[in-house]
Ligand binder design. Sequence first.
Ligand SMILES: [Zn+2]
Ligand SMILES: [Zn+2]
Length: 342
Amino acid sequence: MRGNVVGPICMLALAAWSAAWAQNVKITPLGSHAGELCSRDRATIFEDPTGVRILYDAGQSVTGAEDPRLGRIDVVLLTHAHGDHIGDQKMKGLDSGTCDNPQLVSAAPNSTTAEIAAAKNAALVMVTPLANFIGRKIETIRGKPTAACGPPESDLLAPFAAPCLAIVQIGGTRLVKTSGASKAVEIATVPAVHDSTVPLLLMMEAARKALEPDNVSFTLGPPVGYVIRFTNGLVAYLTGDTGIHADMQTVARDFYKANLIELNYGPNALNPEGAAYAVNALVQPASVIITHVNEGATSGGKVKPTSRTAAFIGLVKSRPVYPALSGKTMEFDGAGKCVAGC
Ligand SMILES: [Zn+2]
Ligand SMILES: [Zn+2]
């Protein structure tokens, strides 16, 4: 009698465990050098359990649309227009140059963001001026206008037949779903404290010539971060480039209840103490991914003890910090805990 009861319960537990296992979000950094966290690394791919695949800030550490690591991309996010995010340059080849100083070539006039979105038929979830700027580049690449993805109030259904614009303002959200999935991934834009001037080399000649004498450029709307609510419960706060700001607490923690932060640790915006304060006091996530470190932070996949990345990690309390190692897929459960690949 007892065996008859325990058996099915064990089977149920096993089924629940394997269902939970399949419910992880896969996060794969695409950096310049396999297995390391390097100075130009920004790009990250997020894959929801329903299959929605999101590229966050294509940047310079990819080889362009042909980069074999990209695979299918449904959504392209872009936090601001700076060259290291929009991708004014790209890798000459995977692993070319050194981790401190990767070898790059120009990606002008298209940018890696436009190249990839055009090739992958991706939806661009970004603020209006950025979406319009990238949308025009995609139009030039494809020879036809880049249309809106659909009305803002309806779910975006991936995969898409053509690249499209899903314009948002700060605070705005878009829902993206694969056909057949019962739940959608929610992507929200949130504030960042930074700027968003576009590299002159990505502008057409007339505008570039007019601005060059003054050594200034256009600002393409406000810089943003993103909060992504995945279908398994994971809430990832992607800071974008930013200094410390109060919305890290009020928006990312209090409202969205982010349980994972991917922190951009640019040295001209955050020092180790500031970055640790953002994590320990303001956002208080379950886990931290650190990227945009502007140094060759690792050797053999281990953080160098004398790096500023190590200084930050030493100040973070009560939660793990994972360096965004290129090509290493980490899996996170709905509570923000890394359950594989960390
Ligand atoms: Zn920036
Ligand atoms: Zn940056």
